[in-house]
Design a protein around this ligand. Sequence first.
Ligand code: SAH
Ligand code: TRP
Length: 337
Amino acid sequence: MTLTVRSFLGGDEGSLAEDVLDGLTRPFKELPPKHFYDAAGAELFDRICDLPEYYPTRAERAILEARSDDIAALTGAAELVALGSGTAAKSRLLLSALAAAGTLRRYVPVDMTEEMIRTTGAALCADYPGLQVRGIVGDFERHLDRLGVPLEPRLVAMLGGTIGNFTPGARRRFLRHVGRLLGPRGTVLVGVDLVKDPARIEAAYDDAAGITARFNRNILRVVNRALRADFEPEQFEHVAFFDREHEWIEMRLRAQRRMTVRIADLGLTVEFAKREELRTEISAKFTPRRLAADLAAARLEPVELLTDPEGLFGLALARPVAAPQATSTRHAVAIPA
Ligand code: SAH
Ligand code: TRP
């Protein structure tokens, strides 16, 4: 058996509890988006990816279909680490290209949803004979240090525009951290949604069939179940708007009326005024300039920015900036006084 799965989420309710406590007791209420993805949420996200309005998945897939062989040649990767791997549908394009190039040895999916890691991991083992799959059930904001010793060269991918869900400061810290995991010959591959007509972006996050609205409200169901809360999800309206100043889309849930919500496990009561909004996600959209600034701040050197024919989405390849005297620093055992 070449599939191993390790979980670092032992007391994960802890993280949800802290996030709920932090996020719902402040004047502008907020919940972090990683809690969208229980089994129902993952299923809804899958349906979002197939929606006519949600262009990012198709655009990113088109880039990977056209350019995975180039990415394989450029990286020569033996190991693919996928952060927020989901169903691995797009990772498969990279895996196939790396397998065809003869360099692929290991796939390391990192996601919070254990079931998804196990199912896709088993399927990949069957489909790619000889592939080692080392699943990590964890939070990529907390458990990046648990990836183990790299099989070099390592390729770390964050697809789906997930990088846009960080706030700008956290995004740069995250990229810097990823840079330290690459090793001297490693490459990072980041999928970024590009700035475009706001109407097109807003439609992608507010589809006619209402699937995104259900996905957004699902976070309240997650809190209800995990922390014995009594949110009435249907009493919250889905709101998605493009913030032109920050160049990000913001998802919110707006209380339709005044409400008092009890979160039993936290001994917490939360008041919502009529029309009060709870922010559930930002999804930053990128210009090449914003991307370059983020990479530079993270000490990463851009290699290439691949885009789809319509210019909707980008896949950025970058490498660590060679640190002067990195070798001597690493081998130093004592620091002279
Ligand atoms: N890469 C896939 C999935 C994108 S959806 C694609 O492009 O289609 C985002 C994925 O990231 C979900 O599977 C979700 O469970 C996972 N995720 C979100 N926040 C996470 C976190 N903090 N740590 C680990 N996984 C996370
Ligand atoms: N990472 C995806 C994105 O930013 C997740 C996503 C798509 C999402 N649609 C959503 C998150 C709606 C919350 C609500 O595009």
